[in-house]
Design a protein around this ligand. Sequence first.
Ligand SMILES: Cc1cc2nc3c(=O)[nH]c(=O)nc-3n(C[C@H](O)[C@H](O)[C@H](O)COP(=O)(O)OP(=O)(O)OC[C@H]3O[C@@H](n4cnc5c(N)ncnc54)[C@H](O)[C@@H]3O)c2cc1C
Length: 360
Amino acid sequence: MATETLRVDAVVIGAGPGGYVAGIRLGQLKKKALVVEKDRPGGVCLNVGCIPSKALINASKLYDKLRHGGDIGILADNPRVDMPKMQGWKDEVVGKLTGGVRTLLKGNGVEIVEGAAKLEQPGPDGHRITVTSKAGTQTIVAKSVVLATGSRPTEIPGFKIDQQRILDSTGALALEAVPARLIVIGGGYIGLELGMVYAKFGSKVTVVEALPRVLANMDKDCVAVVERKLKKMGVEVLTETKAKSWEDKGDRAVLTVELRDGKTAALDADKILLSVGRRPNSEGLGLDAAGVAVDKRGYVIADDHLRTNVAGIYAIGDLIGGMMLAHKATKEGEVVAEVIAGHKAAFVVRTIPAVVFTDL
Ligand SMILES: Cc1cc2nc3c(=O)[nH]c(=O)nc-3n(C[C@H](O)[C@H](O)[C@H](O)COP(=O)(O)OP(=O)(O)OC[C@H]3O[C@@H](n4cnc5c(N)ncnc54)[C@H](O)[C@@H]3O)c2cc1C
């Protein structure tokens, strides 16, 4: 890694659907920009979120249709799931798209710097960022900084994600075998989408939800359709039920839950998917050193021009909360680049479409 300080108009931290789009748009607007990424370009969405989940959802739909083809006279006897092969195919889909991100950035004159970025105290010449990677440490000085570090799954006490028994969505997207019994803790859209994938592949799925219904913040009439489908597929949904603790019994995990009536019950599972929400990646980013304000849940506070409280520092995507969806992050990425380039732009939207891909 070069040791001399890099000087640019703008640096974007994080190459998810918010950050890479901000980078591309900055390049199109003739700004000298860099995107820093500590992992693979494409962020959660392309690597361990939207794209791999939709790939598996699509595969499970095809499998389900084949299994029930006999109902309409299509006889595909005994279809089977080759999970390692499916994972290979899914990884190929992801690889094509993440490769595309690199090409798009490059094509617009924007380089990706690999490493973890951290804000330092600003100097007289601009905002200072250090990037640490195996190759060493690099300093970048930029007039503008876009924070686009996204989010990660929330854990709950006593349920440490080990990707063996206790999975997060990333682990659930990478399984090499279909678990016979899968418990999903959290009936939000991610838990239900992945739960239905494995239910279609033949897992016995149980959803444990603390609130009175699944997809709690969504339209009741739409949710009723999903509830009916879950029932039809044999997915057990335990609402107003709290996951309390779990134990590894060697051949299985046993989850203890507190039911609606206050009684406890023990549920057996091969895998437990913890899917209780996501939290912002705002720690370790040097926000204190730069004086960037966060709210009490750790989300960076940004206005409708995506400006934080510090002049020249902007934030977008899951890191600022609201609807944590890829297309929201992408739109904010476009807007922030235009704001930085001095255009009249703002993130003022009336509605944000949201689709739950439970059963297509
Ligand atoms: C299973 C699942 C399915 C989903 N399905 C959908 C869907 O169907 N539709 C939809 O709209 N949304 C979906 N989402 C949500 C979507 O993935 C996110 O809203 C989106 O990825 C947010 O984009 P972002 O750019 O804000 O952040 P992210 O995608 O989280 O990207 C942030 C990037 O920043 C990098 N980074 C973090 N810290 C640093 C640092 N210090 N230095 C350098 N780099 C750093 C990370 O490595 C990461 O690559 C899904 C999410 C999950 C988990």
